[in-house]
Design a protein around this ligand. Structure first.
Ligand SMILES: *Cc1c(COP(=O)(O)O)cnc(C)c1O
Length: 220
């Protein structure tokens, strides 16, 4: 369960080789705080967690480090306060109802909460994310909330075995991102690509990749 330093270096190397200015988010769900600490010792700062309570326990264990915390899992409305208090980024905003409580609970002495809108790009019933046609209205609502900062879009395309289908989903996301940026010139983040397909995602314009197993080894 320990982090694999060589593996982290190799992934970081290939991300850097594939594109400049791509953020590597280390997805640390199910990993113990010691594994995050090992990656942090090699310079990794941004960590992505799926579950709020699990993340808070690790944040307490790693409070001596200056880390950046991203929530990437589905958000329930009863967790908005904790997310506003304890995270730097929310990557999974998918409905308007969450905006007011996040905005209300974001402390005045912290920077605004960075927000990505999660898009259900493959229209899968089982996955969270808003429909592509709802992005524009949701983005306008985020922008109207003073304690939230719209930064861009996130997606988890269906794990098609056929790479050309994955590639098509990444390409649709990039088009959506470019269209949104015409309305909101300040947005800068398109979060897509995981261990199996991050190079494809970067080739199609990802600015952030979210990588778990390629950094930490397979999850149990
Ligand atoms: C688990 C997870 C990842 C990382 O997946 P790997 O295949 O382990 O790289 C990325 N994004 C989200 C939203 C996840 O839940």
């Amino acid at each position: 369960m320990n982090a694999l330093p060589e593996s982290h270096a190799a992934v970081r190397q290939s991300v850097l080789a594939a594109a400049r200015d791509v953020r590597l988010l280390a997805v640390s769900k199910t990993r113990p705080a010691t594994a995050l600490r090992a990656l942090a010792a090699q310079g990794q700062r941004a960590f992505g967690e799926n579950y709020v309570q699990e993340a808070l326990a690790k944040q307490r264990a790693l409070v001596d480090l200056d880390l950046e915390w991203h929530l990437i899992g589905p958000l329930q409305s009863n967790k908005c306060r904790e997310v506003a208090l304890h995270f730097d980024w929310l990557e999974s905003l998918d409905r308007e109802k969450l905006i007011a409580p996040l905005d209300r609970h974001r402390p005045a002495d912290r920077a605004p909460l960075n927000v990505l809108i999660q898009v259900n790009i493959d229209d899968e019933d089982s996955k969270s994310g808003c429909a592509p046609e709802d992005v524009s209205a949701l983005a306008a609502a985020v922008t109207a909330a003073p304690r939230l900062q719209l930064r861009g879009l996130m997606a988890i395309p269906a794990p098609h075995a056929d790479p050309s289908q994955r590639r098509a989903a990444f390409r649709r996301m990039r088009a959506l991102f470019d269209a949104l940026r015409a309305e909101h010139p300040d947005i800068d983040t398109l979060s897509m690509g995981m261990s199996d397909d991050f190079e494809l995602a970067i080739a199609e314009g990802a600015t952030e990749v979210r990588i778990g197993s390629a950094l930490f080894g397979p999850r149990e």
